[in-house]
Design a protein around this ligand. Structure first.
Ligand code: 4AD
Ligand code: MG
Length: 461
């Protein structure tokens, strides 16, 4: 007997005499002479309805089958006389794998709040919304690999344990095998000599530095992996563990970099719209009524490109009250970023040429000696989705910038070496995978985008 997924059964164009499906009971309804089960197996948003006639042997097996139970149904796929679905299964046999106590099963038929579901993250993928979300997440990840493969980029696995702080922001989680109660009397270097790696180690905040090395050998590369930041910002847009997509291109300048960012975001968005239409519709109906308007905007507009100085000018002249005052030299906050793309331009905006003081050491110094060839892609709802730059390829300038940033060039000898042997102009960026998913689903909290979110004081599951 053919075992198939609910998605395939629902898409069938003809009845089938014998099929077998396995999944979890969403609801059970008993009426005179019949019982109805709604089964979901995670393959799609829709459930399949199962009808159990009291004259069949299956009826006797219904006893312990309640919401949440895992079962197997064998029977015939038939046209449904009822409204709302084309197909239903007339059950011949039922097999219960695991019962679920209806009294304590956390997922009741009503709609649950996101906050509640965060406390039930081990089960939340069984709800319509989270099932849809994690299918979209999976499809989006696929679209990333597809995009780069088609463009001839090489996929690089950059290390997760690292000895260098790429962003120079000191937000590294420490990795150590030293006892926690180690007395902190000796100097730092001495302590770490006895540690596993013999030096201070941390979880990576970005795979960029390694990606640069490989771009300067393989041409175009990208990483797609988890990154970690111990920034204590409890915002709906920051997680301590998140996934980043980081392409790096040799022989590419800032403008090539912007082209790639815009094209990638459009590709990923189009893929979700085309491949996940049913799941996406749930978000457009129940999560954000303006969702499709924004998605269309991301897909169909030509993104605005403005220098940082001009962005500051627009914000200052806007007459809008911002919680964080705007002035040349300050970093843009989410409220500013959202104003630029939601209100002023009404489309995604790429801001470039930021003051060097607010950006990382590796960004290429512009001729004005004051700004760097940085770029941030800002999108409606989310603000910064992409951060990137053309990299400093001149050995002397880079070394100076490392020193100016209070770092030790000796720690970055290998990074500097790339500028000594066959240096090339090159560029890349990081796209926050969760931020992308927030943009396409309208979900406003990053905790609801990651299967098991890690944020300050939260490490359940
Ligand atoms: O702007 P960021 O810090 O850039 C870098 O890390 C560069 N090394 C990337 C590169 O050029 N290869 O981070 C890139 C993106 C941000 O635009 C944002 O979308 C996301 O990563 N991001 C976060 N997402 C979730 N939680 C956090 N704490 C994040 N920090 C950054
Ligand atoms: Mg950034």
């Amino acid at each position: 007997m053919q075992r198939i997924r609910v998605k395939t059964a629902l898409a069938s164009d003809a009845p089938m005499d014998f099929i077998r499906i396995q999944g979890w009971v969403r609801t059970r309804r008993d009426s005179k002479g019949f019982s109805f089960l709604e089964i979901n197996d995670g393959s799609c948003l829709k459930n399949i309805q199962v009808i159990i006639d009291q004259d069949t042997p299956a009826f006797a097996d219904l006893k312990d089958i309640q919401t949440g139970a895992s079962i197997e149904v064998s029977g015939a796929l038939m046209e449904s006389p009822g409204k709302g679905q084309r197909w239903e299964i007339k059950a011949r046999d039922l097999k219960l794998f695991g019962a679920a106590d209806p009294e304590s099963y956390p997922l009741q038929k009503k709609r649950h709040s996101d906050e509640f579901l965060r406390t039930t993250a081990h089960l939340r993928a069984r709800t319509n919304k989270y099932g849809a979300l994690f299918r979209i997440r999976s499809e989006s990840a696929f679209s990333v690999h597809q995009y780069f493969r088609d463009k001839g980029f090489i996929y690089l696995n950059s290390p997760i344990i690292t000895g260098s702080d790429c962003e120079g922001a000191g937000e590294l989680f420490r990795v150590t095998t030293l006892p926690v109660n180690l007395p902190h009397t000796e100097s730092k270097t001495d302590i770490f000599q006895d540690d596993f790696f013999g030096k201070e180690a941390g979880l990576t905040v970005s795979g960029q530095l390694e990606a640069e090395l490989f771009a300067c050998a393989l041409g175009n590369v990208y990483t797609f992996g988890p990154t970690f930041r111990a920034e204590n910002s409890n915002t709906p847009r920051h997680a301590a563990e998140f996934w980043m997509i980081e392409p790096e291109m040799a022989f590419a300048d800032l403008s090539d970099n912007m082209d790639l960012a815009e094209d990638l975001v459009k590709h990923m968005t189009r893929h979700v719209v085309e491949q996940c239409s049913e799941d996406l519709e749930l978000f457009a109906r129940f999560v954000d009524k303006d969702l499709m308007k924004h998605v269309e905007m991301v897909l169909n507009s030509t993104y605005e490109r403005i220098p940082y100085a001009e962005a500051i000018d627009i914000l200052k002249k806007s007459g809008k009250f911002f919680e964080f005052p705007v002035d040349f030299g300050v970093d843009l906050q989410t409220e500013h970023e959202r104003y630029l793309c939601e209100t002023h331009f009404q489309k995604p905006v790429i801001v470039y040429d930021y003051p060097k003081a607010i950006k990382a050491f590796y960004m290429r110094l512009n001729d004005d000696n004051d700004t760097v060839a940085a770029m941030d892609l800002l999108v409606p709802r989310v603000g910064e989705l992409v951060g990137g730059s053309q990299r400093e390829e001149r050995y002397d300038v880079l070394k100076r910038r490392i020193l100016e940033s209070g770092m030790d060039p000796a720690d970055y000898w290998w990074y500097l070496d790339i500028r000594r042997y066959g240096t090339v102009y090159h560029s890349g960026f990081g796209l926050g995978f969760e931020r992308f998913l927030m943009m396409v689903t309208g979900v406003t909290n990053i905790r609801d985008i990651i299967p098991f979110p890690r944020t300050p004081k939260h490490l359940e599951f």
